[in-house]
Design a binder for this molecule. Structure first.
Ligand code: GLA
Length: 388
């Protein structure tokens, strides 16, 4: 290969937040995520070498393999995602070219901001581009999801990958997890803002709790369909059917399903709210809307804590303490659960308030963890640029 034909590509793949619709992406729901200004950045360089060399710059780790060795390689951590993406892209033996890939990330790992989805989506996007494979963004999202399923053992939904690949600056996405329709929309917060608080409690999605919840709800869905064949999704279940179905479910599954049904209703309400908020003239008083939005966030937190049972003591402590502060409209745990970040809706001034350091000091005293606040902007999805 001539040197001049060797391609050099930079790819940026963002993490995500989710306004509402937690744990609905594998429960037939609509979810409301957005890509954020935290991302994994990759440099892809074609080389004349027979290998793929990948450097994880933040970890100071690297991995070099022959394409033909990949299938039989033993991997852990980030290498497992790399292996999964390469194999699912169809690169199991032949070598389109040598590759040198470097990547680094400013998405905190295990914080519920989908660092692994960003890694898989960015890698898949870069390979698709360099080798002109012609896969659509949705195909890449599904492939990145399959990497989690087949290689990391997490039976996740599709929300994280869709947010990372389809994000739009200043927009949330209403992603219908059944039809795969994506409708970007703006949330004019007018004087309030969304920000994150990282509890620094590292979750472990693969620790089976996630998969176990998914499996119990799928079993419940089987029973629901047997009793009410007209149902197409959990969205169609009415109160009477829910009550009848409850008798067939063990108490834990009943609780989880009640969360799902209520969260589906909250997402609908927030979508309507967002439409009404969009009609407000700039500067128009929107206290009532913001208060309502905050209430939904708080309700979701309680649902995740008491019904879906995916919160943890540290996050609950932070959520309660934050919500007691002046200027805070609502807060909830975000993502898979068992740690990670809280999503907070607050008056813009709150972020700079003296209350936050005091609260973090109390948290650190109690749990020995240094919580951190993170400002986020809603960002575009995966993008790339050829380097000369
Ligand atoms: C993780 C999964 C997502 C989604 C969320 C919970 O982030 O990867 O698919 O299920 O948890 O909403």
């Amino acid at each position: 290969m001539e040197t001049s034909t060797l391609k050099r590509l930079r790819v940026i793949a963002p993490g995500r937040i989710n306004l509402l619709g937690e744990h609905l992406d594998y429960n037939h729901g609509i979810v409301l995520p957005a890509a954020i200004d935290r991302f994994v950045e990759f440099d892809f360089n074609e080389t004349h070498r027979p290998t793929v060399l990948i450097e994880a710059l933040d970890l100071n780790e690297q991995w070099e393999f022959l394409w033909s060795e990949l299938n039989d390689s033993f991997t852990t951590g980030w290498k497992t995602y790399v292996k999964g993406v390469f194999l699912l892209m169809g690169f199991d033996s032949h070598a389109p070219s040598g590759l040198h890939i470097r990547f680094k990330s400013n998405i905190p790992i295990g914080a519920g901001l989908s660092s692994s989805a960003a890694l898989c989506c960015g890698l898949a996007y870069g390979l698709n581009e360099i080798y002109a494979l012609g896969k659509s963004r949705m195909e890449l999202a599904l492939l990145a999801q399959q990497t989690e399923h087949q290689f990391a053992g997490v039976k996740c939904g599709l929300m994280d990958q869709v947010a990372s690949l389809f994000g739009q600056a200043n927009h949330l996405l209403a992603f219908d997890c059944i039809s795969h329709d994506i409708t970007p929309f703006e949330l004019p917060l007018q004087g309030a803002q969304l920000f994150l608080i990282d509890s620094k409690v590292k979750h472990n999605l693969a620790s089976s709790a996630y998969n176990e919840r998914r499996a119990s709800l799928e079993e419940a869905w089987g029973l629901a369909r047997a009793s009410f064949p007209h149902l197409e999704t959990w969205r169609d279940l009415n109160a009477a059917e829910f009550e009848q179905l409850s008798f067939q479910l063990v108490a834990t599954t009943q609780k989880r399903l009640s969360y799902v049904v209520e969260e589906i209703a909250r997402v609908r309400a927030v979508q309507n709210l967002a439409k009404e908020m969009a009609l407000l003239a700039p500067g128009q008083h929107s206290e009532v809307f913001l208060a309502q939005l905050g209430t939904y966030l708080n309700q979701t937190h309680v649902g995740l804590q008491a019904q879906y049972e995916v919160s943890c003591e540290e996050i609950d402590f932070l959520q309660e303490a934050i919500c007691a502060q002046k200027g805070v409209l609502g807060a909830r745990m975000m993502g898979g659960g068992f740690g990670g970040c809280l999503l907070v809706l607050a008056k813009a001034s709150f972020f700079f308030d003296r209350a936050l350091p005091t609260l973090f000091a109390a948290y650190e005293k109690r749990y020995g963890l240094a919580a951190e606040s993170i400002k986020v902007k809603l960002n575009n999805g995966v993008s790339s640029v050829y380097l000369t």
